[in-house]
Design a protein around this ligand. Structure first.
Ligand SMILES: Cc1cc2nc3c(=O)[nH]c(=O)nc-3n(C[C@H](O)[C@H](O)[C@H](O)COP(=O)(O)O)c2cc1C
Length: 204
């Protein structure tokens, strides 16, 4: 069975919740990929979606570096991924490193929103990938210092995540410990994360 056979939208369907566009429940972070190369052209399509994310003052603090699995930089990029993730990232077709400037370009004042803005841009990558039938799976599991070196992250930039991008693969080809986890996850109920009027019902 490939992950193409998994209908996350159907698994996550919830008639008691407000109706939303199907793209939100259909997106999920699969791991089973088939190793086919994701071309620069395809990656640029994902990043074009990211380009249109909103940001405070339209500062667009996000920066992306990308490597397809046939590029000469692939082995250095792959080495920055932690071993647990390498088990499945080995079949990714590309990696995208997501970083952002900590300061505004003109004033050089600290940007309080560069991480929030860049999170929005990452979600655009994920949703665009979903519409194209691609896997896009973000990772915090990378070696921070090695990643700064191998991805040539400039001083003054934070590296937030490395995203594995690939074409859907067979669940049986995953490492055995990952096979059972290859299913769309659930979420907290809406009332547990959103309340009218104020935050007073939420516990720290
Ligand atoms: C910033 C970030 C870092 C993540 N790091 C990892 C990771 O290192 N390894 C991994 O397998 N999944 C990682 N994930 C995937 C999350 O576990 C996943 O998004 C979450 O469980 C919700 O599942 P879904 O994306 O399938 O809806 C990460 C996700 C995000 C957004």
């Amino acid at each position: 069975m490939t992950i193409k056979d998994i209908d996350a939208g159907a698994i996550r369907a919830d008639a008691s919740a407000p109706a939303i566009h199907p793209q939100f429940r259909s997106r999920w972070s699969a791991r089973a990929m088939n190793g086919d190369t994701v071309s620069h052209e395809t990656l640029e399509t994902l990043l074009e979606a990211a380009r249109w994310a909103p940001s405070c003052f339209n500062a667009q603090p996000w920066r992306f570096a990308y490597v397809s699995n046939t590029d000469e930089e692939w082995s250095d990029a792959f080495a920055t991924v932690m071993e647990g993730n390498q088990r499945w990232v080995a079949k990714a077709g590309a990696l995208i490193a997501v970083a952002s400037r900590r300061t505004y370009e003109e004033s050089l004042a600290p940007s309080p929103t560069h991480t929030l803005d860049t999170g929005a841009a990452w979600m655009s990558i994920a949703l665009q990938a979903q519409t194209m039938g691609l896997v896009a799976h973000a990772m915090l599991g990378f070696h921070p210092q090695l990643a700064r070196t191998n991805w040539h992250v400039p001083l003054g930039f934070d590296l937030h995540t490395i995203v594995a991008v690939g074409y859907p693969g067979e669940i049986d080809d995953l490492h055995e410990r990952l096979r059972d986890r290859e299913t769309p996850s659930d979420r907290k109920p809406l009332a547990a994360i959103a309340q009218p009027g104020g935050f007073d019902s939420f516990e720290a």
